[in-house]
Design a protein around this ligand. Sequence first.
Ligand SMILES: Nc1ncnc2c1ncn2[C@@H]1O[C@H](COP(=O)(O)OP(=O)(O)OP(=O)(O)O)[C@@H](O)[C@H]1O
Ligand SMILES: [Mg+2]
Length: 293
Amino acid sequence: MYKSFYQLKSNPFNTSPDPRFLYMMPHTREALAGLEYGISARKGFIVLVGEVGTGKTTLLRRALGSFTKGRVFTSFIFNPRLEVLDFLEFVLSDFGITPTTRTKSGMLIQLNRWLIERFRQQETCVIVVDEAQNLSSELLEEIRLLTNLETSSEKLVQIILSGQPEFEDKLRQPELRQLRQRVSLWCRTKAITEEQTAAYIAQRLLIAGTSTPIFTPEAVLAIHRTSRGIPRVINLVCEHALIHGYVEQMAQIPESVILSVALELDLDTQPFSVAPNQGGLLTVGNESGRWDR
Ligand SMILES: Nc1ncnc2c1ncn2[C@@H]1O[C@H](COP(=O)(O)OP(=O)(O)OP(=O)(O)O)[C@@H](O)[C@H]1O
Ligand SMILES: [Mg+2]
């Protein structure tokens, strides 16, 4: 309803993980490069971690979309609360293989044969598990065993596990140390700074069709403060603010609107401090880079 008032062609602050809107910050660029490198260099296990709403799913979609179709085959598991057999069946059918049996060994043999054939054709296969914090330890162990599918020199399947910080905590548990040791790349998303928030908002508005600064500079600061720099929350606040602005017929949205939206959404309006800028891509063994509120 506010689109024509603000001369927008599309909704700028949709909360869906649309890679068209991806704004490249240094940590985004680094994490994206890490994912792309991990896949093309057949690095085996790759982990992507980040706070809720910081862009993991959006980044995964962008990374997978950057490969030529027909050279990279992907199985994308977005709800990993599955039993082992259902998981394997899902992977097979996502790769376009019709399971000829429902036994674990049968499906693994079928998968292995198919992966070897892809490898011979110099094609790459990737299994992406999003929301990995929901994986059971049993399924995590099965997934670890999938990386045993390899030739003498190369992994047959690349696996990306993407999850919220509690997933990283889970990987620290002693019984999962074998899996942790196999992670060859850690990629990270995180909350964004004040300047990044301003640029993020401006870019989303531009992609949606306007270069007019709809939010005053004070409003942008308030958006950053109330959202804690979390992109999904920024989108929510901006979307609500645009609706308010339209109802009040405001050409520019002031800080007061952001504060009342924040109250409506039950967000904290107090200033906050963030840990030094960390994130992007880390290699094995480096445990820093975790953003804590
Ligand atoms: N770098 C970015 N550029 C543009 N939009 C972004 C960026 N990061 C996040 N967003 C936007 O923020 C919203 C949330 O992103 P996304 O769903 O990818 O987060 P997530 O980390 O997967 O969250 P969850 O932990 O809940 O699964 C989406 O609308 C997404 O487009
Ligand atoms: Mg997600």
